[in-house]
Design a protein. Structure first.
Length: 394
């Protein structure tokens, strides 16, 4: 049984059921049942219990057709059994004949549906992983480190929200990209690598829609993912960008990301993901931390701030200004921002350390550690504070 094949076919099978008239929730349940059946019978071929008697569908020659047939039968069985769904009896009377399925790809519509504006970001992410990623509820729960029952409730609420929604208008690409970006930023845990899964899904989206920001997001993911192996030490501690072993960065991913980004930028329709990717590309292209082109990075942060008006972007820009023009310039840029921003104290500590004010830097590192969102980040900031204090004692 080819699990990768099953996951790659899931969106198109789901899209076919939705196009035939099934609502999203019922179709998604039916597809999941078909996937379970495939896991059970594909190693030995279809069995009578699969509902494929005289269907002509062969899981070896036509795996997509096999899944569509089984999923549609499961949907019809559920429709007949549920008195509350008798309004769908018209669908039962005209079951499509088994055989090759149309080559229409409904993947793009499903991306927009899973990122529907009526869903919360967490629900949209979970539904995207379930419907487009082909992951089980258990796998998604393990990736997010929550109980399976909690994730099942989240997915069920999302499907109820979409019940009866007919997607007949163009969707918002920006919303879809935000959902995929959220998936990527979750990183990886359990037995599901969410960063790799986000890249896979974004590749599928890029194949379905010709949009420079889709390409920009894919480039950004590839460039960040290229450094993944060097971001933590063997003991799990954080390794800052300047101290990472660049010889271990994935040069193939970097080259692909830069190529995709250059093609997107050439279309002259700049967006936030292209600007972020440009910054990541400048970091990835530098042979060493000392050779980083910080002047260009500041210019790209200026573009990104213009596009997003994000205070977090301006916070990161202050670091870049400090590298390009010196710590005093960085502190001046930082002074214009609200000190309640996440990681403000960490940035201030770094700039004061570079400016030679070690007492203030140590105090700010300790304060930043107290507010750190993760144990690894807290330990890193505490080590920075301890290192400065040790230097002051000598």
């Amino acid at each position: 049984m080819n699990e990768a094949l099953l996951r790659s076919l899931t969106p198109s099978v789901l899209g076919i059921l939705v196009r035939r008239g099934a609502d999203f929730a019922a179709a998604e349940d039916a597809v999941q049942e078909a996937l379970v059946e495939a896991v059970r019978v594909w190693p030995v071929g279809p069995s009578p219990s699969s509902g494929l008697r005289s269907s002509g569908a062969d899981p070896i020659r036509d795996p997509k057709g096999w899944l569509v047939t089984v999923a549609w039968r499961r949907f019809l069985d559920a429709t007949r059994a549920d008195a509350a769904r008798r309004r769908r009896e018209g669908l039962v009377d005209e079951e499509p004949a088994p055989g090759p399925v149309p080559a229409v790809d409904d993947t793009l519509q499903l991306y927009f549906l899973c990122a529907h504006p009526s869903l919360t970001p967490s629900s949209a992410v979970a539904l995207t992983l379930r419907a487009l990623g082909g992951l089980t509820t258990r796998q998604i729960a393990q990736a997010y480190l929550v109980p399976e029952a909690t994730m099942a409730q989240r997915i069920s609420r999302a499907k109820r929200t979409l019940s009866g929604v007919r997607f007949d208008q163009p969707g918002d690409v920006a919303t879809v990209l935000r959902v995929l970006y959220l998936v990527f930023n979750e990183g990886y845990s359990g037995d599901v690598d969410l960063a790799a899964e986000a890249i896979r899904l974004t590749r599928r989206l890029a194949a379905a829609i010709d949009h420079p920001e889709v390409a920009g997001l894919l480039a950004l993911m590839l460039l960040h993912h290229a450094r993944r192996a060097t971001r933590t030490a063997p003991d799990g501690s954080l390794v800052p960008l300047a101290e990472q072993d660049r010889s271990r960065w994935n040069t193939e991913s970097i080259a692909e990301g830069i190529e995709i980004l250059q093609a997107a930028l050439a279309r002259d329709r700049l967006g936030e993901y292209q600007a972020q990717a440009a910054i990541a590309a400048l970091h990835a292209d530098a042979p060493s931390a000392d050779e980083t082109d910080w002047v260009q990075i500041v210019e790209w942060y200026d573009e990104l701030a213009r596009l997003t008006d994000s205070p977090v972007v301006r916070l990161n820009r202050a670091v870049a200004v400090g590298e390009a023009d010196g710590p005093c310039a960085g502190l001046t840029a930082l002074a214009a921002l609200n000190d309640s921003l996440p990681r403000y104290d960490a940035v201030a500590a770094y700039l004061h350390e570079r400016d030679g004010d070690l007492t203030r830097a140590a105090r700010l590192y300790a304060e930043a550690a107290r507010k750190a969102p993760s144990l690894a980040e807290r330990d890193y900031l505490m080590r920075r504070a301890a290192r400065i204090n040790a230097r002051g004692c000598r």
